[in-house]
Design a protein around this ligand. Structure first.
Ligand SMILES: CC(C)(COP(=O)(O)OP(=O)(O)OC[C@H]1O[C@@H](n2cnc3c(N)ncnc32)[C@H](O)[C@@H]1OP(=O)(O)O)[C@@H](O)C(=O)NCCC(=O)NCCS
Length: 176
């Protein structure tokens, strides 16, 4: 079994973003036919966000993004936060956590949350926000990492996430 290395994707190696985009498709394909049709899944925040990845040997097996924002309106998926009171800024938005199905169940999600939390604190962010599938086990894991449940998003019909998707918004204060 290859050793696992968690690193931040250097800005100079943006070509690796294509691999991140391909991993996102592999991790989501079973859940979203729309994503399954893509070869890579990238968006406009990938160029400005910071990416943390896990490498096994030469293979990219996990990835997650954090981006920094002055308000929730400029964060990814702003529709998730329309019912949320303003948060202290700068705000760190955690998105696009994916783990290769062969490597799930080893705690990599915890390591990727912690790497992003540290980066956000070092960048001077005052809070972190995430919206996740409301799976009890995953929400409890985030609570163990200091996040609190704020509430469910409105139901929205999306090609990407299904006809009646709702997410749990969770936030965490950060140390400055
Ligand atoms: C969401 C996703 C990243 C989570 O994967 P996961 O397997 O649940 O997460 P991990 O690989 O970190 O595994 C966590 C489990 O590893 C186990 N584990 C083993 N060693 C561990 C360690 N050292 N530390 C923590 N957990 C460990 C625990 O059982 C833990 O589960 P628990 O905290 O509920 O007890 C993955 O399912 C995925 O890529 N899904 C598709 C994309 C997606 O849905 N992204 C999120 C959108 S909201």
């Amino acid at each position: 079994m290859d050793e696992l290395h968690l690193v931040e994707l250097p800005a100079s190696e943006q070509s690796l973003l294509l691999e991140v985009g391909a991993l996102r498709v592999r991790a989501w394909a079973a859940r979203s036919p729309e994503i399954a049709r893509k070869s890579v899944w990238l968006d406009e925040f990938d160029g400005v966000g910071r990416h943390f990845v896990v490498i096994a040997g030469r293979k990219l097996i996990a990835a997650a993004r954090v981006s920094f924002h002055a308000s929730l309106a400029s964060a990814p998926d702003p529709q998730d936060f329309v019912d949320l009171a303003p948060l202290p800024s700068p705000i760190a938005s955690f998105n696009r956590l994916v783990i290769d199905p062969d490597y799930q169940g080893r705690g990599l999600s915890v390591r990727l949350v912690e790497a992003r939390r540290l980066a956000a604190e070092q960048a001077g962010c005052r809070c972190a926000v995430i919206s996740i599938w409301p799976e009890e086990r995953r929400m409890q894991r985030m609570e163990r990492l200091g996040f609190v449940r704020v509430g469910l998003t409105r139901v929205y019909s999306s090609m990407t996430y299904g006809p009646a998707a709702r997410f749990m918004v969770m936030t965490r204060s950060l140390i400055r």
